[in-house]
Design a binder for this molecule. Sequence first.
Ligand code: GDP
Ligand code: MN
Ligand code: MN
Length: 253
Amino acid sequence: MSVHVFGVTGLPLIHPGDDLPALLCGKVGFSDGDILCLASTVYSKSKGYVRTLASITPGPVALQIAGRDHEDPRFVQSVLDEATEVLLDDPFILSEMVHGHIGVRSGVDRSNIEDGFVILLPPDPKAAAEDIRTRIREISRADIGVIITDTVGRAFRRGQTGHAIGWSGMPAIRDFRGDQDLFGHTLQITEEAVIDEIAGFGNFIMGESNQGVPAVVFRGCGRWSGHDNLYFSPKEDVMRKALKCLQEKRSIR
Ligand code: GDP
Ligand code: MN
Ligand code: MN
């Protein structure tokens, strides 16, 4: 397999109401089979999933956490507002959002936006990917795949990587179960999270600060078969169970 990867440069600062698919099609001649990684940050900015800190009144829990962590209580409140469940609140808030993604501070960002604003994750990142994909097909006729990415921390290792939080046009997971290895053993377990691997490299091309590259195109990834069952159910998820145990022991609530 030979894959060509390029960042989309020259996009402006994005604001609510901007037509992101049109801007992207103005910069890239998309072809069938391309995979577009798009930073959740710019999707959210284009759709107005942003808040001003001035409009947020922190509640008692936000005030308590903010006091302990020396954070802006309005920011903490915006994080709590996005969370359907707080799995951990010390030394940082780790929370689950309505779409199933679990992330530090509910994925709420204060970087790459004007002072006094926060950027929220899209409330339905799968629908966001579908929306971008459909609009790009309407404009360019190209049938592409779209991955909405965010930069996330990981368990066990330092350093953040890009993860896919929404996707359209490809299965999330390439399922190797039932395949034979080089020695004829049947694989029992291996399900490869291909969309996260692509998101990780896309995130590397984007950078995290002032690069101004919120979109990356992958050409030549081919197709794979598998399924979309990316998130563990709470019952299967051993990390989540362990964190909840820890949180119950020392919750400040
Ligand atoms: P996240 O990973 O989705 O939280 O997004 P980041 O804040 O890490 O930004 C990813 C990339 O998009 C970086 O190269 C940023 O400089 C770039 N970026 C963020 N906002 C904008 C924007 O409004 N316009 C442009 N052109 N690039 C942006
Ligand atoms: Mn982010
Ligand atoms: Mn990032």
